[in-house]
Structures are given as structure tokens and as C-alpha cells.
Ligand binder design. Structure first.
Ligand code: 2HG
Ligand code: ZN
Length: 442
């Protein structure tokens, strides 16, 4: 995003947990701040130094430590790239329980540290459930070895949960034990074009009802961001007549155990949607080959890149009730208009996309695309957007974390008692404040 800049002079790339421990101890003794860095694909500045901290990159710790093809439990170094773990699992007929657009460069340690959500949370749940154990180097250099491969271990406080989503502020994740899932025998997807946003919720209900156990993703894409994806060549676009009159799109994926059965279900779904008296969709484009499957996903996975090619994006990753997605976009656009900022030279687009299936509230990625990052636009957006989210009792960070971007906004989603206990936990683990300073807590 080119939004956050530090002044670090030093990057260290240790090869072993012991080396990480020695570096951290050395820094702790001298009170030197450390930024743990994985693939550096985060969107809230969590892996970028604030000042001149030492950058500790996990890139050289990238080995699979163990895999058990009966239980599906994988133990890997934190620096393993997500895609390489998926590739490693494929011949064993397993899949990694997390998938996201940045898979080609993000690392599993960073995924865990940011509690990344991604595209298949609907199917496999969050990392708080799939991570079985962690190895963590604590701020004083102590190695906390909780790399258990047990699915059931009910022996008191579950310490590993504290590091999932702590964004490296409590210690550095160096190893991950995770439960992978049996590879689905059949993967299908379909891009649905909807005449209006109001159809998304009834559609979600109907899709869930008909596809039930094989539904693995339900992703919302508004028309304006779809157009940006087409403009910047992300994936296979639908034909002109297929997109005509569409206000938004939904990408549905199924992952099941029987190709014929799954295809039958999808075809039945499409037929029933098209033949209804008041159809919820204008049309649906079903992938008929692995290449088409990949290119439909490429549209969705390429949205972030398309937005970056268009301009400088202010990104709000929020949990709000599903039926409010459109309202949030409209209110934000109107607000910017009233400030005279919805114009050439300032804000070009207010777009939205996200993960509908992730709970009662959905996860909306509100992107405000501007010509440049300016204090004026930022002042118009914050705390405006956060107050809006608080009004809906949502979350100011559904899946991207707090990083440096939202430390001041924590209060919109966490009450004072919660923040106080977060501070006490930070103080307990890292009394000298060397671990990823300036992130998560103000
Ligand atoms: C996604 O769902 C990512 O594509 C990125 O979480 C969202 O760029 C964004 O705003
Ligand atoms: Zn997302």
C-alpha cells in the first residue's frame, strides 16, 4: 500500500528457533524494539516498523517439520509460505484450512499472528479452532514450546490462543501445529449477478438451504469493484450481457465429496433461482473447467490488487450486519460528497466486497479509493467510519487486525475493561515493550 514507512537499518533472518531466541534476548537486554515480519502482506501496517526497530524476518525458517497423513496434523516453521504448504499437502490429499489472496507470499506465522480469516472461513472456521499448538519465542528470549499435536488437551489455560491475533506484540511465533482438512473430491464455483443488493441476504439463505454441507464460500462483490477488476484485468470477466443490470455479484464455491452429486446440486440451485417468479439473480456463470474455476476466483482474489492499481486505498475491514453492507457504502459516499471530497483529485470510488458467510454479521471490505493519501480525506473518514461501525455494534477489524492503523480505534469495538486486561497481559509478557511496539495497543 506504500502507506506506512519506518526507518529501520537492520533486518535479521534467523534460521532456527534458537537463533530467534538469542536475538530476542539480546534485544530485550538492551531494550531494542523488534518488528517480527512474515510475508509483509498485512493491510494495517502491523509488520512495518514505526521508528527504527530491528526487523526480524522469519523468511529463512521455512521447513515442514512433520505431517501425519492419518490425523492431517501439520507442523511447520513460521516462515513457510501459505501456497507452499498447500502444495505440500496436495499429494497427501489434504488442504490447508486457510486460503487468501496473498497466499503466494504470506507466511503461516504471520497468518496465525494476525488470525487471518480469508476466503474459506465459512467452511473451516477460524485459526482459533484449527491451530492445535504453537512454538513462541517470548520477549525475554524464553522458548514457549506448546507445539502439541493433540486435538484434545483440556489442561487449563490455553496459552496459545493469546498469540493468535496478537500481531507479534506478545512474542514471536516460530512454529505452528495445525489441523488440515481432507481435500474435497470436487470443487465448483459459480458467479451470480444480482439485480439489487437487497437480494444478497435471501440468496444466501437459499444457497445455504440448497447446498448445505458442500457450500464452502459465499463472497460479495459490488458492481463498482467488479468493474475495477475488469479494468485492471483480474481474472475472467463475464460477458457484457451477463453483467448488464447487475448491481452486485456473489461468488459461490462448493467443496464436496462427490462430483456428480455436487454438480447436480449446483445445477438445481441455478435452475430454481432462474425460474423463480421474482428471480434473485439475473444470471449465473458456472465454471466448467479447472481453468474457469481459477479465473472466477481470480476476479475475487484480484480485487485488492485492482484497487491498488486504481489509486490509494483507505481500507476498512469491518464486521457489520449483512443487510447494512450497502448502507455503509452509501452513507460513506454521501458523507464524502458533503465534505466536497467525492471528486476528481480526491476520492474516486467507494467500493465494497467481502465475506458474507462469516457469521450473523458479515465481513465487509470498505475501500475508499483516492488519488493520494491526504490528511483531509483521512479526517473525513475517521472516526466517521468507526462511529458508524460502533452504531451497528460491529467490529472495526473483522480479520485484518489492528496493526498501527487502528490502535486509536480499538475503543469502538472493545470496552474499557477488555482494553485494560489487554494492557495487563502485554505488560506481563513484555514489560520492556520491545515486541512490535506501537501495534495493537495505543
Ligand atoms: C480480501 O478479502 C482481503 O480480499 C483484502 O481481506 C481486503 O483489500 C482489502 O480491503
Ligand atoms: Zn477479506
Amino acid at each position: 500500500m506504500n502507506k506506512y514507512h519506518g526507518k529501520s537499518t537492520t533486518v535479521l533472518k534467523p534460521r532456527t528457533t534458537k537463533e530467534v531466541s538469542e536475538i530476542v534476548k539480546w534485544c530485550n537486554d538492551r531494550r531494542i524494539g523488534i518488528v517480527p515480519q512474515g510475508g509483509n502482506t498485512g493491510l494495517v501496517g502491523g509488520s512495518v516498523p514505526v521508528k527504527d526497530e530491528l526487523i526480524l524476518s522469519l523468511a529463512n525458517m521455512s521447513k515442514v517439520r512433520a505431517f501425519d497423513d492419518v490425523s492431517g496434523i501439520l507442523v511447520a516453521d513460521a516462515g513457510c509460505i501459505l501456497q507452499s504448504l498447500s502444495d505440500y499437502l496436495a499429494p497427501h490429499n489434504y488442504v490447508f484450512p486457510l486460503d487468501l489472496g496473498a497466499k503466494g507470499s504470506c507466511q503461516v506465522g504471520g497468518n496465525v499472528s494476525t488470525n487471518a480469516g480469508g476466503l474459506r472461513l465459512l467452511r473451516y472456521g477460524s485459526l482459533h479452532g484449527t491451530v492445535l499448538g504453537l512454538e513462541v519465542v517470548l520477549p525475554d528470549g524464553t522458548i514457549l514450546d506448546q507445539l502439541t499435536a493433540l486435538r484434545k488437551d483440556n489442561t487449563g489455560y490455553d496459552l496459545k490462543q493469546l498469540f493468535i491475533g496478537a500481531e507479534g506484540t506478545l512474542g514471536i511465533v516460530t512454529g505452528v501445529s495445525i489441523l488440515t482438512a481432507p481435500a474435497p473430491q470436487a470443487l465448483n464455483n459459480v458467479m451470480l449477478a444480482l439485480p439489487k443488493f437487497d437480494n444478497v441476504l435471501p440468496l444466501f439463505k437459499e444457497v445455504k438451504r440448497q447446498l448445505s454441507e458442500i457450500l464452502s464460500a459465499f463472497e460479495y462483490i459490488d458492481r463498482s469493484v467488479y468493474d475495477l477488476a475488469v479494468k485492471h484485468n483480474q481474472g475472467r470477466a463475464l460477458d457484457a450481457e451477463e453483467v448488464e443490470g447487475a448491481e452486485c455479484f456473489v461468488l459461490v464455491e462448493t467443496s464436496g465429496g462427490n462430483r456428480e452429486h455436487d454438480e447436480q446440486k449446483l445445477n438445481n440451485l441455478l435452475e430454481s433461482l432462474m425460474e423463480a417468479d421474482e428471480p434473485l439473480i439475473n444470471t449465473g456463470v458456472l465454471a466448467t473447467s479447472p481453468a474457469q474455476f481459477a479465473s472466477l476466483w481470480a476476479i475475487r482474489e484480484g480485487l485488492t490488487e485492482a484497487v491498488s492499481k486504481e489509486g490509494k486505498a483507505y481500507k476498512y475491514d469491518i464486521s457489520v450486519p449483512l443487510q447494512k453492507f450497502q448502507e455503509v457504502l452509501d452513507i460513506t459516499r454521501e458523507h464524502l460528497k458533503s465534505k466536497g471530497l467525492m471528486r476528481e483529485g480526491a476520492v474516486r470510488h467507494v467500493v465494497g466486497y467481502g465475506h458474507v458467510g462469516d457469521g450473523k454479521s458479515g465481513n465487509l471490505h470498505l475501500n475508499v479509493v483516492a488519488d493520494a493519501y491526504t490528511p483531509e480525506i483521512e479526517a473525513a473518514l475517521e472516526p466517521f467510519v468507526y462511529e458508524l461501525v460502533a452504531k451497528y455494534k460491529g467490529s472495526v477489524s473483522a480479520e485484518h487486525g489492528i496493526g498501527v492503523m487502528k490502535t486509536h480505534a480499538l475503543q469502538y469495538s472493545k470496552n474499557a475493561v477488555s482494553i485494560d486486561w489487554m494492557k495487563r497481559i502485554k505488560q506481563l509478557f513484555d514489560p520492556k515493550g520491545i515486541m512490535n511496539p506501537g501495534k495493537v495497543l495505543p
